[in-house]
Design a protein around this ligand. Sequence first.
Ligand code: SF4
Length: 454
Amino acid sequence: MSQTHARKVERFATDEARVDWHSAALLALRDKRDRQAKSLPDWEQMRETASRMKLHVLSHLPELLQQFAGNCEANGMVVHWARDAEEHNGIVARILAERGKKKLVKSKSMLTEEVHLVPYLEAQGIECIETDLGERILQLRREPPSHIVVPAIHLKKEEIGALFHEKIGTRAGASDPTYLTHAARESMRQDFLSADAAMTGVNMAIASEGAFVVCTNEGNADMGTHLPDLHIAVMGMEKIVPDNASAALIMRMLARNATGQPSTSYNSIFGAPRPGAELHLVIVDNGRSRRLADRRHAEIYKCIRCGACINTCPVYRRGGGHSYAYFIPGPIGLAIAGDNPKASSDAWACTLNGSCNNVCPVKVPLRETIAYHREQLAQQKQLPYGKNVYMPLVGRIFGSERRLSLAMAAIRLGLRVLPRGLHRHLGGGWGKSRDFPRPPKQSFADWYRENRGH
Ligand code: SF4
C-alpha cells in the first residue's frame, strides 16, 4: 500500500535545514509575486476579468475547440484528438515512428508528466531529452518534479553539483550555479544539434487565430523547435482562450504570479509550421470532460498553472512536493485529484486557510473544491480510520456549548499534566515536528466573562 501524505512529509521533515530553506525559497517567490501584483493598480480587476474569461471558455469549450482546431488546420498544422493518456502516447509514438525519428528534445510540459509520455517513448526506443534545466536535473536523477514551475526546488546546489559531476563530468565538488548552468547548457547544446524532433507544451491556445503560445525563461522551447523538421505540441483541452486580447491578459498575469517577473523571458507564438517542416498538435481530454461535468469540480480548469497557490501553501512549503500522491502537488493538485481514492490522504493535507484562493490569478475556488472532495470521500466511506472514529465525536462536542467547554478544560489540564512530547508518539506524522503551546490558565469564554462582564 502506498504511503500516506503524512508519512511522506515525516521523511521530508527529518532534514530540518532543508525544510527551512525550501519554505524560505517559496516564500521569497510569494513576496516577489505580491510586489508585482501591487505594482499594477488594476490587478484585482485583471483577476476578475481573467476569471470570467476562463469561465466563458469552460462553458463554450466545444465551440472554441472546434474553432481553434479548424484555424490550426487552415494554418497548416495537423490536429489530433486524444481521449486519454494511452491514446495521446500512441499518437505521439506513431508520428515519430512513421517519420523514423529517434531523438526528441522536449520543453517542460506538465501534461507529459500526467500521461507518463517519456517512459512510454523510451520503451519504444526513442531518446527523450528534457531541455528545461530543472526538468533535466530531475531526468538525470530519475525523479519526478516537486513543483509545477520550479520542478527541482527541493534540491540543494551541492546535490546538483554532485549529480552533474557524475553524469556530465563537471568538476568534483563544484556547486557554483553559474558554472553548473553553463555546463548543462554545453551538454544540452549537443542534444539540440542532434535531435530530429521537438516537443513543447502549450500555455495558451488562441481559438480565433489557430495559434498557440509557449512561455519559457530559458528559451529552450525555441532552441528545440528551430532545428528539427518536426514539432509536436501537446495540450490539455482547457488551455483555450478565445482571442489575442485574452492571451495577452493571461501573459501579463502568468509570470508575475509564478515567479514575480513582469514577463517570462521568451514568449513564442506558433501559428504555422516552418517551410519544409511539420507541426502537429495533440489535444487531450484524459478525464477533463468528466470533471467539467461536475459543477463543484469544474472551475479547476480555469487554472493557468502559475504555481502561486503552491508557493503560498504552508503544508506544501514544509512538506515538499514529493509528499503528494498526485503528480501536481499543493492546492491545485489536491483540487484536481482530490476525488481520486488513490490520493485520498492528500485531501487532508490542507488547513483550508484560503491563502491559495487569495493569490490565484483566475480565482479558482481551491479551498472550496478541496472541502468538496472531503465531502465526497466521506460519502464514499474513504475517510481514514481515525477520522471515522473521532470526527463524529468532535461533531457531538462542537454541537453543545457545555460539552465543548468541558472538553477544552480537559485538554488544558492534559496539556499541563501529561509529559511534553507525548503527542509525538500518538500516530500520524504531523506531531513529530510540532510542539503544542503552553495552555492558557482559562478558556477565552471565561476570560471574556471576567473582563467584559457578559
Ligand atoms: S490554481 Fe490558481 S494559483 Fe494555483 S496554479 Fe492554478 S492559476 Fe496558479
